[in-house]
Write a protein that binds this ligand. Structure first.
Ligand code: M6R
Length: 608
């Protein structure tokens, strides 16, 4: 969502800040701004639109200040405008603040500050922070920030700079991530590691309720109540090439093509072939609680939710555990008996999704075992949960999630194998499962080689207005995910449905102008899917089928066929999802959409 980058050091800060903002672009934004301290004054510029618009405003005479703060904003309170963009200044433009999160009591604080004579220039909640800090400022920026934050209800990740203390930046967090980056005589702070990676891999994570005073090359962390905190420096293992397009026109296409390696990475070191077992180091600490659970609840949002939905089919096929899957945003309204023998698995690429954080906190409070499946190392979900598993998929830059989806499902299959082998799954079934998992990267590469055929099909359907996606059993969550991908990147109206539900409503939509994507690999539900396709065809509906290679019957029935390589029934989602990701990508490209940064969307949804 919004992004923060701060810098203090021995190089001119403006190019570093602008470069950091470019690295944050993928998160989604509508305006941006930068403030730099120059000779005990703060210079600030803000612009609506792209970072290039902001850079254009700054012209070719950059300010030569060694410290500054910058922000990409995604509007929540107030329209996208230069006034509402961050940094926000105080009345005298001596203190500037960038803020991610929501100040819930901002109306009340604004009224109080107005009564004291403060003048507000924006309609944002964030601006109150600048004025509140101004109100408490007596020459010590850290103290003023600390006092101001005691008055705030809500969530924040902030960076603050002042003309009075130009060689300091104060940052703080509560419910919105902030990472410190350290390099020689330089210090960085960012809401996302992607903004730091080109400068340093040495990072320290700020925790909720902490304030850090940054100086060139050093930092000091204290809690809001003033207690000093030691925080060790960790080395990020993400490599820079993940944040570059490396010749691909879009990050989405690059990330789709990375999927064989991502699955390889997810299963690397986690399989014991001879014993047909999975080994997940991250859950070993809680193994006896996990093994003795009565029920597993998977919670997630968006694409991660569809991964969870598939995880349910897989884990229930491998084990006797009942598995529930719920949207994190809806879970809070359910009245459930969450006791110690319930395990909750939160799935989140970013590990910062607000709805997930809310449910994880609630689950912990109620005493259930909380587990995380997270891509971003050190993220809040990773730190809040009792135990967890990392995807190791590297940074995902495209807003539309692709490679992390396949990584999530690969790990859920490992969970199925791990639990299944401790229940009724036999040695030979376990070995076969391992064999199928190991064969996936090669099969996924063959699938990717079919991209030109999918591109051709996409061209023919790019001008339609609606698409229906149907699947059964393991293919049902893939249909849902395929429809979401199409909506997100191409802005076509696409609906995912369980094929068995077709006759209960959506069939009414079908005619010659309404195409349906049917997932029909040769599996246990194949005949039923063929029945669905026949029903669509008898109403003249165009059908794009995704089926097993060599299926001549399906080829005759469907208008277009995307073939997937032969594989075990449970493993088809790894191949069919590639077909649907590429279909969405090429349709979006044909329609001229901003594929990596779809309108109105953000990479990480940090507000509920
Ligand atoms: O970071 P998370 O996995 O918690 O994010 C969940 C959703 O916001 C995310 O999957 C979203 O639906 C993506 N844009 C899907 O492509």
């Amino acid at each position: 969502m919004c992004g923060i980058i701060c810098y203090l050091g021995d190089r001119p800060s403006l190019p570093i800040l602008l470069n950091g903002l470019r690295r944050l672009e993928y998160r989604g934004y509508d305006s941006s701004g930068v403030a730099v301290a120059v000779n005990e004054k703060i210079h600030c510029r803000k612009a609506v639109g792209k970072i290039s618009d902001l850079a254009g405003l700054l012209g070719d005479k950059p300010w030569t200040g060694w410290g500054g703060i910058a922000h990409t904003r995604w509007a929540t309170h107030g329209v996208p405008s230069p006034e509402n963009a961050h940094p926000h200044g105080d009345c005298r433009d001596r203190i500037f603040v960038v803020h991610n999160g929501i100040i819930e009591n901002y109306r009340q604080l604004r009224e109080e500050l107005r009564d004291k004579g403060h003048r507000f220039r924006s309609s944002t909640d964030s601006e109150v922070l600048a004025h509140l800090i101004e109100e408490y400022y007596r020459g010590d920026l850290e103290d003023a920030v600390n006092s101001a934050l005691q008055r705030v209800d809500g969530t924040y990740g902030i960076g603050v700079i002042s003309a009075g203390n130009p060689s300091q930046i104060v940052v703080a967090r509560l419910g919105s991530p902030l990472i410190l980056g350290i390099r020689d005589r330089e210090i960085f702070a960012a809401s996302d590691a992607a903004a730091l990676m080109s400068h340093t891999r040495e990072v320290a994570y700020l925790h909720d309720g902490e304030v850090a005073l940054l100086k060139p090359g050093s930092y000091r962390i204290r809690t809001l109540s003033g207690m000093p905190m030691n925080r060790s420096v960790q080395t990020l293992d993400w490599d820079m090439s993940s944040a570059e397009k490396r010749g691909y026109p879009h990050f989405m296409l690059k990330e789709v093509h990375e999927q064989p390696e991502v699955v390889g990475e997810a299963i690397r070191g986690r399989l014991i072939e001879a014993e047909g077992l999975a080994k997940l180091g991250g859950v070993e600490r809680v193994w006896s609680r996990l093994r003795n659970m009565r029920r597993l609840i998977i919670l997630a949002c968006g694409t991660s939710y569809y991964a969870g939905l598939l995880g349910r089919y897989v884990i229930e096929s491998c084990t006797n555990y009942p598995v529930d899957v719920d949207l994190a945003s809806e879970f809070q309204y359910r009245k459930l008996n969450l006791q110690a023998r319930t395990a909750v698995l939160a799935i989140s690429q970013s590990g910062e999704t607000a709805d997930i954080l809310a449910v994880v906190r609630e689950v912990k409070r109620r005493g259930a075992l909380s587990l995380g499946l997270v891509n971003v190392v050190g993220s809040t979900v990773a730190r809040l949960t009792d135990a967890g598993i990392y995807n190791h998929a590297g940074p995902e830059i495209s807003v539309a999630s692709t490679k992390v989806f396949v990584s999530q499902i690969a790990i859920l299959y490992l969970v199925g194998l791990l639990l299944g082998r401790h229940q009724q799954m036999s040695l030979s079934e376990g070995q076969e499962f391992v064999h199928e998992l190991r064969a996936l990267p090669g099969r996924m590469r063959s699938m990717l080689a079919r991209a030109p055929a999918i591109e051709e099909i996409a061209r023919r359907y790019a001008r339609h207005r609606n698409l229906l996606y149907l699947g059964r059993r393991f293919s049902y969550p893939v249909a849902m995910e395929g429809a979401l991908k199409m909506k997100e990147v191409s802005y076509l109206h696409a609906e995912g449905y369980a094929a068995g539900e077709m006759k209960h409503g959506p069939l009414a939509l079908v005619d010659e102008s309404f195409p349906t994507v049917c997932l029909a690999p040769r599996d246990s539900v194949y005949r039923k899917m063929i029945g669905n396709i026949q029903e669509i065809k008898s109403r003249k509906g165009p059908v794009i089928a995704v089926g097993t290679e060599g299926d001549t019957h399906l080829a005759e029935l469907a208008d277009d066929l995307i073939e997937i390589p032969q594989c075990g029934e449970m493993f088809t989602p790894f191949l069919s999802v590639i077909a649907l990701q590429l279909l969405a990508y090429y349709v979006a490209r044909e329609r001229g959409c901003d594929i990596d940064r779809p309108r109105n969307l953000a990479k990480s949804v940090t507000v509920q």
